[in-house]
Design a protein around this ligand. Sequence first.
Ligand code: AMP
Ligand code: GLY
Length: 430
Amino acid sequence: MLPRQLGTARYIVDMTKVLVVGKGGREHALIRACVDSPCEKEVFAWPGSDAIFELAKPTPAGSFDELLAWIEAKNVDLVVAGEEAWLVSGEGLANACERFGVPCWGPKKEAAQLEASKEFAKEFMLRHNVPTAGYAAVENIDDARAAITSYPCVLKFDGLAAGKGVAVCTNEADAEAFLQEVFIAKRFGEGRVLVEDFLAGPEVSIFVSVVEGTYHILTPARDYKRLKDGDDGPNTGGMGAVAGRGLLDADTLAVIEETAVKRTVEGLEKDGLPYRGFLYFGFMLTDDGPKLLEYNCRFGDPECQAVMPLLSGDFIGYVKSGAEGELDESLIEFSSDWSVCLVLASAGYPESSRNGDVIRGLDDVSSGRVYHAGTKKNEAGEFATNGGRILAVVAQGESRESAVAKAYGEFAKVDFDGAQRRSDVGTCNF
Ligand code: AMP
Ligand code: GLY
């Protein structure tokens, strides 16, 4: 940062106080990028984790309200929203920051409905002519049954459901089981369901930095959602990801930019929903062109862990310029390499998870990075499992094949009892 003149002849160097909100692998990667930024900075995390606190300082907040009070009192220079939940909690993280005059990278509550409500997102897509799957919104089990006209069909709970609110049903029994969970057991609370047409094709995640009518498209990524090789087994939060410019040909990217990114960015302005932050577009690349499945008002996890090592430059300066309303794209660059992110999950995941298994080999990873998602230090100071998805090992290469080989070479060094992993990330199209 440039020295700032104070008073007459005293110069001080600005210290940028940055807070990253979240605790998982995505936040570990964002914090690493903040720490690697060239400016003088103090990086804080909330709620954070033992691994994150090796890079960032903790805040003294025991609750979200206390965090907001701390942001105001500490006069933080930049808040970076990692997890989506806080954008729509209470008055909303970005809304509170605006009240304090603190730049926040992440949208206000009103715009964050794009992720928090699937029906809001669908209506937005239709209003602004963004290609997506046809759907019906229903509010009881009978209307849901009537709206299903063929299989496979896709059922989505209309609210935040920690990645568990979507069911791709190939038959009536599967559909009935999901509808029972939503409408009878009320597993996710009160809410409507979208009955959506099934789309087929490879998926791709596009991340865009949006600042009120302007945008910057980052390197695309693909995540591997199923637990097992060959896209088998239950859906998870993501068992790996691959990122690289080569994931999409120029024509497809141009169609995505024209039909989805531009229309969305303009639509937000037209609807009076000023947006500052990462916006994630989840596409299905169908034979009929790219169709938008969903928006998320944040970076993807684990895609972020794959993308961030490709970035160089001044990440804090970039995000701060956007949070202040004028994105300076020139502050960062993305390498043309490929990046492969491999996730280790604990025994029992995703139905359950096992805590306390000691992680071996972390210090042996020499040509990759490790981002912690669900780890905790035990009494002996060793990292142990603490959740479902435990950590990601990430490595890069000039070609997809070399990145895969390098990432798997490093991944093999890390282990714990009951560890689950995929062996085909980056080698196949899902
Ligand atoms: P969503 O949270 O809406 O992105 O859905 C989660 C996952 O469900 C997506 O990443 C897809 O794998 C799958 N999915 C969602 N919508 C559809 C659809 N219309 N057709 C086929 N698969 C879908
Ligand atoms: N990787 C999917 C997500 O972050 O929602």
